[in-house]
Design a binder for this molecule. Structure first.
Ligand SMILES: [Zn+2]
Length: 423
């Protein structure tokens, strides 16, 4: 495969090539570490991914099977062919899998984020020059199908169902059944992922309640374990613990990060259970697939928090918030629609999309290709801990009549417009 310019003048994007290569590496890395594969199946799958990769590299970029296996353990930068333009990405010097064979959060995010971009590019050009395997499409289809399943029951029920999904990323089959989710949505829950299991136990994140990842560590010759949420911000704000090995009993966790938020972010900081999580048996428990957790639950918690805080504050300011503050309106064209009246009677309408991307350049490129927000939102809001993305997003958003701000800045602005004091 080579870079080319097609009929409408758009460069055949390095993002597309990157996405295919990153995907192949993720699948190959998972194949190396998947516990349930026979050696023969493992070898067969790896050979197939090796072939996919050579096809993506194109002629003149040799890669032996041995080198391929070796490179799977290194940073993603080492896996890219020389011709691929890296300028559209932030740092690529990170591994695709960690020591436990679990796909790293940053590689996982980059895969999904470039996939979103790829769809936009594909829609723009409707070309099919890249080869796509069925499983490759499946990861993306999952997410879409889930929204379709939720949408099938009407706007009001959509908000309820999506809230349930966000608030309930793991549970027993009995607990999940009680939540009244559409039957098909239950299919997005599966056994507790193996990277989250210690003996026969798992531990819910104190912020999002999804199973935290378990890693074995050694310090001064002594073995211990760390258990932390795969979403780094949760791990940094309380969802990180250590424990000593046991012979099979449930271990006792000890916190190793603080959950006290910075003062200026405190109002919109996500709630935590505040307690050390108890070990739960893997038997009988189910958890949402990683992609659904990452792209529905994780941003969903921010969306719900922003919604709740705005309703509380504006209601306290004597505003009728029932129709004026809407979450996921019209089955989710954007995330929030907020209508307020200023003290002088002037009306303001804010339409908002919350974007929780790890790779800001890919997000900017997606906005650029969509010529703004796909659903027509005027405001792009990022979680407070992504404040460093604002300068780049502001430049992109300005071209399309949008504005980019952090959640706290946005909430303050809405309250100010409504004449409500923000302490
Ligand atoms: Zn979490």
């Amino acid at each position: 495969m080579t870079t080319h310019v097609d009929d409408d003048g758009l460069t055949f994007s390095h993002f597309e090539a990157f996405r295919l290569i990153n995907f192949t590496f993720i699948k190959a890395c998972q194949t190396i570490t998947a516990p349930d594969l026979s050696p023969r199946h493992r070898a067969e799958k790896l050979m197939r991914y090796h072939g996919d990769l050579l096809a993506a590299y194109g002629p003149g970029v040799p890669l032996s099977f041995g080198d391929f296996r070796q490179k799977l353990l290194g940073p993603i930068e080492g896996l890219l062919p020389p011709w691929l333009d890296r300028s559209g990405f932030d740092d690529l010097d990170f591994p695709v899998v960690d020591e436990e064979g679990c796909v790293t959060a940053i590689a996982f995010d980059l895969q999904w984020e470039t996939a979103q971009l790829h769809r936009i590019l594909n829609r723009l050009r409707r070309i099919g020059r890249m080869r796509f395997t069925e499983e490759q499409l499946q990861d993306e289809v999952d997410q879409d199908q889930m929204y379709e399943i939720l949408k099938g029951r009407g706007d009001a029920q959509y908000v309820k169902d999506r809230t349930t999904l966000v608030e309930c990323p793991a549970g027993t089959a009995e607990e999940l059944n009680k939540r009244n989710l559409p039957l098909n949505a239950i299919g997005y829950y599966e056994a507790i992922p193996y990277h989250s299991i210690y003996h026969t136990w798992w531990f819910p994140c104190t912020v999002c309640k999804w199973p935290m990842k378990v890693s074995r560590r050694v310090t001064a010759g002594r073995e211990y374990y760390r258990v932390a949420c795969l979403y780094g911000r949760h791990a940094d704000t309380g969802a990180s613990f250590t424990f000593w090995p046991t012979t099979g009993d449930a271990p006792q966790l000890h916190p190793d990060s603080s959950d006290t938020p910075a003062l200026h972010e405190a109002a919109l900081a996500l709630g935590t259970t505040g307690a050390v999580p108890e070990a739960r048996p893997t038997e009988g428990y189910l958890a949402l697939k990683r992609g659904v957790w990452r792209y529905t639950c994780v941003p969903g918690l921010y969306e719900l928090r922003l919604h709740t805080v705005l309703r509380e504050r504006l209601a306290a300011g004597q505003m009728d918030v029932e129709e004026a503050i809407m979450l996921w309106p019209m089955s989710d064209v954007y995330d929030h629609r907020i209508e307020v009246k200023g003290p002088d009677g002037s009306a303001y309408v804010f339409t908002v999309d919350v974007k929780d991307y790890s790779n800001v350049r890919v997000l900017a490129e997606s906005l650029h290709r969509n010529e703004g927000d796909k659903g027509g939102a005027d405001w792009l809001v990022v979680p407070d801990h992504r404040a460093d993305q604002i300068p780049l997003l502001t430049v992109t958003c300005e071209k399309y009549g949008m504005k980019a701000v952090t959640m706290t800045e946005f909430a303050q602005l809405v309250c100010r417009s409504a004449g409500v004091v923000w302490e």
